[in-house]
Design a protein around this ligand. Structure first.
Ligand code: SAH
Ligand code: SF4
Ligand code: F3S
Length: 460
């Protein structure tokens, strides 16, 4: 479908302004963009203030306890506003909504709609029920419909495209399978069609999304003549690679258990696939990995990284890691630090273990104290930053291809974009002849300044 047409929007009944706050991962960000698209198609317009908007939607995350608690404090303020302004529509979407369901209504009776992530594409239907005076809870398992509304995207250059929803893994710490449900892969044709639509609207970079993207296709039917699954992430990359106008393709998140040599070869062979891999390892100790039910060893992880670097020597590698998992000894924690030093990561997202509802590890007796969590997190963060700084140093003096995403919000004289390896890069926004550099341009930049997590330079 075409982008929301402003002429058409004026013929819809105006419904006031909306505000969406998004917590959590890229999956939630992609869902929020689709829900914003639905709201605009219904006649809502984007508001610029959370505290005066007519409809407020919190798209929530429950991966760790602090993410969940943040939502309750936001909700408290809105519930208070609703007591003096009954026309306010209050929506909680996403993973806290799925986890808490009905009990959220008991906790915050002012809520109009509680909807799990599988219902994001049904926001209009659910709001129609709210408009009839109901308080609605939509958390039942739902087959996710193909998008019928165009998302309202935050960026005009880089877009997210969901390829698989849900997760069938059972990592013992993780709440995602219980809130995102069973894996559901989209058909390659639908994915390609969405990418073609984005390309027509000027998008240049696509990130294919899934909680466990390597699982793509295992729920789709078909076997190749060679006896392989007909649909894998590798096949999908080949299938979507030639969409005209798309210059860069990324994907996340990879699971080391399923990351194949075939996939690495495809990334090396397909020119648009960027040399950046986000492959969480979670722990550098085999016994901890086993307790987490991750299904791989440290050795297997090392081999994946080696293979990536054999085929793409300059590839950036990033990861997620959890410290202070139940029972983690100091020696086991040191193995995680050692692995970080050995690999030399470009970036690592770190978190202290947080017990989550309906997950096995939350009930284990050997939980570690808050003090140990804080101590280990500080130690690992210092190492991660030092490693990132070392990895950044290799860019000094180099010439890098940058896809311009927009103006630097902290300095309007500068524009910013990313290297193929995903390093954020800042540089002056004007050419020598005074012409501005626009979002969406691919330019080459000589790198002069290197910091742990960003670079700066000048146009060549
Ligand atoms: N599907 C991805 C990531 C899912 S959640 C994967 O398999 O790696 C994103 C990150 O949050 C995880 O990689 C993990 O590092 C962290 N995380 C998940 N559950 C957590 C918990 N209970 N406590 C602390 N960190 C957690
Ligand atoms: Fe959670 Fe594991 Fe699934 Fe990742 S693979 S979303 S960590 S259960
Ligand atoms: Fe959070 Fe849900 Fe994503 S719990 S990390 S928003 S899948």
């Amino acid at each position: 479908m075409a982008e929301t047409d402003p002429m058409q929007a004026t013929t819809l009944s105006p419904r006031g302004s909306y505000w969406i706050t998004t917590f959590g991962c890229q999956m939630n960000k992609a869902d929020s963009e689709r829900m914003a698209g639905i709201l605009e198609a219904m006649g809502y317009r984007a508001g610029d203030d959370e505290h005066t908007a007519d409809l407020v939607l919190y798209n929530t995350c429950t991966i760790r306890d602090n993410a969940e608690q943040k939502v309750y404090s936001y909700l408290g303020r809105q519930a208070q506003r609703k007591r003096t302004n009954p026309n306010l529509t209050l929506v909680v979407a996403g993973c806290v909504a799925q986890q808490e369901g009905e009990s959220l209504l008991r906790r915050v009776p002012e809520l109009d709609l509680v909807m799990g992530p599988q219902h994001a594409n049904r926001l209009d239907v659910l709001l129609a029920q709210v408009e009839q005076g109901q308080q609605v809870v939509a958390t039942e398992e739902h087959h996710i419909l193909e998008d019928i509304t165009t998302a309202r995207r935050d960026s005009q250059v880089c877009g997210w495209v969901n390829v698989i929803y849900g997760c069938n893994e059972r990592c013992t710490y993780c709440v995602v399978p219980s809130v995102r449900g069973q894996e559901q892969s989209r058909l390659p044709e639908a994915i390609k069609l969405e990418m073609e639509g984005l390309a027509e609207r000027g998008f240049k970079e696509i990130t294919l999304l899934g909680q466990n993207i390597d699982a793509y296709g295992r729920d789709l039917p078909g076997i190749t003549p060679e006896g392989r699954r007909a649909h894998t992430l590798t096949d999908l990359l080949h299938h979507v690679h030639d969409v005209a106008g798309i210059e860069r393709i990324r994907f996340a998140t990879s699971h080391p258990r399923y990351f194949t040599e075939r996939l690495i070869d495809a990334c090396a062979d397909l020119p648009k696939v960027c040399e950046h891999f986000h492959v969480p390892f979670q722990s550098g100790d085999d016994a901890v990995l086993k307790a987490m039910a991750r299904g791989y060893t440290v050795e297997r992880y090392r081999r994946i990284v080696e293979r990536i670097r054999e085929r793409m020597p300059d590839a950036a590698i990033s990861a997620d890691v959890i410290v202070a998992f139940p029972g983690e000894t100091d020696a086991q924690f040191r193995r995680t630090l050692a692995l970080i030093e050995e690999i030399g990561f470009d970036a690592v997202n770190t978190a202290a273990y947080s017990p989550r509802p309906n997950t096995p590890a939350a009930d284990w007796p050997d939980q570690l104290s808050e003090a140990v969590k804080v101590e280990r997190l500080q130690e690992i963060n210092a190492l991660v930053e030092q490693q990132a700084r070392q990895r950044s140093a290799r860019y000094a003096g180099r010439i890098e291809e940058i896809l311009v995403e927009g103006t630097n919000p902290k300095d309007p004289q500068q524009v910013m974009g990313r290297t193929r390896t995903n390093r954020l890069t800042f540089f002056p926004g004007e050419r020598a002849d005074g012409r501005p550099i626009e979002a969406g341009e691919l330019v080459t930049v000589q790198i002069e300044g290197v910091r742990a997590f960003s670079l700066s330079g000048k146009l060549t």
